[in-house]
Design a protein. Structure first.
Length: 561
């Protein structure tokens, strides 16, 4: 089915009328000052997706105009993330720094045309002179310098003759404009800082508003798709291109992604990393693409999420449950099923022969018969989840308790006949049961029904693993909603990570590789973490099985919630 939204409708109309010769050429322009996050994924899918749909091209262009915050590490991480999402820019990898000479020439042209001037006001004074939404700005006393003096001073800025912050180059537009962005915006500032690509060649750097449109023009971009905060910057984008009389792309703005329980500010994400609240940009609790990848998300799930939320012209907040639902939908189809016990409790089947071991057949994925079956060992002593036994069971508890019967998945029906607990602590140490040999899975004894089914692992053949259970990094849907005097840190979830060291897994998982994903029966989806080694397996819980979003969707369609 053909996709439709206001951006695609604009592009279709431009193609119909022959604007840009019917061509479509987009770009994804990240700043290399941090790792990409799920909000960037929306923009990546949109820009590369539109280019694919309309038979066009999409460039990757790094907006590397601020050397103080940029690193080559971020450049490589960004490229890695885009490729992982399934997109490729071919030979069209560009940098704003590729155009520093051309941008400087454009700035000189605007000075010669009387449209730009060197200003000696400080940053604080420029802000003060700018005015407010209800009060017009004041012209700088340096605004009417001669063209010759501006050219001379701008060249000296380039030569490094002035200290940081002492002078800027500003566009000469309108200090009384109703749009504050048009009140003589800064085009260049002095920064004596080495650049990760140009090294010490430059000590003046263009501002984003000046570099953005001209870089688009140089590359022949037709549709410059931006997030909504740049809507008020569009008149400035157009003004520069019109004054320079160069190729003029069309800027279109869409609403950025806002997600519950999530912060998508790179400034705050950097604080979380630098202040040690997370283990790095790829911490599985982070909303970065690298964090989601490490946690176990699939690129297909993220692309599906971006497609489902679509593009809109007004800002909204998306429930993180939709992202998790898209992941579960994808993993349910592709993740092999395995049995794992995270909080082990020993279970002994008293009437099962001590030296007997059975190889029971287990389905790898009921959603995909083509994935076949596997054999799992069954023996007298097993591990079950500690929560699957209660000495005094509450109401509607259908798991194991004294005198109760349950089925062991892929195996037999067992009945609890006894248990042993520590008399001092009250902790249950082991549970004793009997089994009915005529109730083997697939060979059910007539009339024998039980309400509970438990997963298990043979104690003799179990392998040990560390399992990391992740929850939302923030405890409130809006992490920025804080009490007076507090900030986002007060909403950090103290339970966002729980590490379990003594987990027991079925033996077939000993060969699991980093990045492999599984559904642990009844527990959720799990992925092998990069910290894992053959001697020490480490799994991340990607998500639990509980899908609140699916229930909401079913209810909205008129089904039972």
């Amino acid at each position: 089915m053909e996709k439709s939204d206001f951006i695609r409708d604009i592009i279709k109309e431009d193609i119909r009328t022959g604007r840009y010769g019917g061509k479509v050429h987009t770009r994804f322009p990240p700043e290399p000052n941090g790792y990409l996050h799920i909000g960037h994924a929306k923009s990546i899918c949109l820009n590369f997706g539109i280019a694919q749909e309309f038979g066009g091209l999409c460039n990757l262009r790094f907006d590397d105009t601020n050397p103080i915050k940029e690193q080559a590490e971020y450049v490589e991480a960004i490229k890695r993330d885009i490729r992982w999402l399934g997109f490729d820019w071919g030979d069209r990898e560009y940098y704003a720094s590729d155009y520093f000479d051309k941008l400087y020439g454009f700035a000189v042209q605007l000075i010669r045309d009387g449209k730009a001037y060197v200003d000696d006001l400080s940053a604080e004074e420029i802000k003060e002179y700018r005015g407010t939404l209800t009060k017009p700005g004041k012209e700088s006393p340096y605004r009417n310098r001669s063209i010759e003096e501006n050219l001379r001073l701008f060249e000296k800025m380039r030569q490094g003759k002035f200290p940081d912050g002492s002078r800027v180059l500003r566009a000469k537009i309108d200090m009384a404009s109703g749009n504050l962005n048009m009140r003589d915006p800064v085009m260049y500032r002095i920064l004596h800082a080495p650049h990760h690509r140009t090294q010490d060649k430059w000590c003046i750097y263009p501002m984003y508003d000046f570099a953005h449109g001209q870089s688009d023009s140089i590359e022949g971009i037709t549709h410059s798709i931006c997030t909504l905060e740049f809507e008020d910057h569009r008149p400035l984008y157009d003004w520069f291109l019109e004054q320079l009389k160069i190729h003029h792309p069309r800027q279109i703005e869409f609403a950025r992604l806002n997600l519950t329980y999530t912060v998508l500010s790179k400034r705050i994400l950097l604080k979380l990393v630098e202040e040690g609240y997370v283990r790095g940009w790829d911490d599985p609790r982070m909303p970065t693409i690298s964090g989601l990848r490490r946690r176990g998300y699939t690129p297909e799930a993220i692309r599906n999420f971006c497609e489902r939320i679509g593009v809109a012209k007004s800002n909204t907040v998306v429930d993180i449950g939709l992202l998790e639902h898209c992941l579960r939908e994808d993993l349910n189809k592709r993740a092999p099923r395995r049995m794992a016990v995270l909080r082990p409790l020993k279970l002994i089947i008293d009437n099962y022969p001590a030296d007997r071991v059975e190889e029971l057949e287990a389905v790898n994925n009921p959603e995909d018969p083509g994935m076949g079956t596997r054999r799992v060992p069954f023996s007298r002593i097993l591990y079950i989840e500690r929560d699957d036994f209660r000495e005094i069971p509450p109401k509607k508890y259908f798991r194991l308790a004294p005198g109760r019967e349950v089925r062991l998945k892929h195996a037999y029906i067992i009945k609890c006949v006894n248990f042993i607990k520590d008399q001092k602590s009250g902790e249950i140490l082991e549970v004793h049961c009997t089994y009915d040999p005529e109730t083997k899975s697939g060979e059910k004894k007539a009339g024998k029904k039980v309400k509970g089914t438990l997963h298990w692992v043979s104690a003799k053949y179990a392998i040990d693993a560390e399992v990391r259970l992740y929850e939302h990094l923030f405890s409130k849907p809006d992490p920025m909603d804080t009490e007076p005097g507090k900030d986002f840190r007060s909403n950090l979830n103290p339970h966002s990570l729980e590490v379990l060291k003594n987990c027991k897994l079925e033996p077939g998982l000993k060969d699991a590789k980093v990045g492999d994903r599984y559904q642990f029966l009844r527990l959720g989806y799990f992925c092998v973490d990069p910290d894992s080694t053959p001697e020490h397996l480490v799994f991340n819980r990607i998500e639990t099985l509980k899908d609140t979003w699916a229930k909401i969707e079913k209810s909205q369609k008129g089904g039972s919630p």
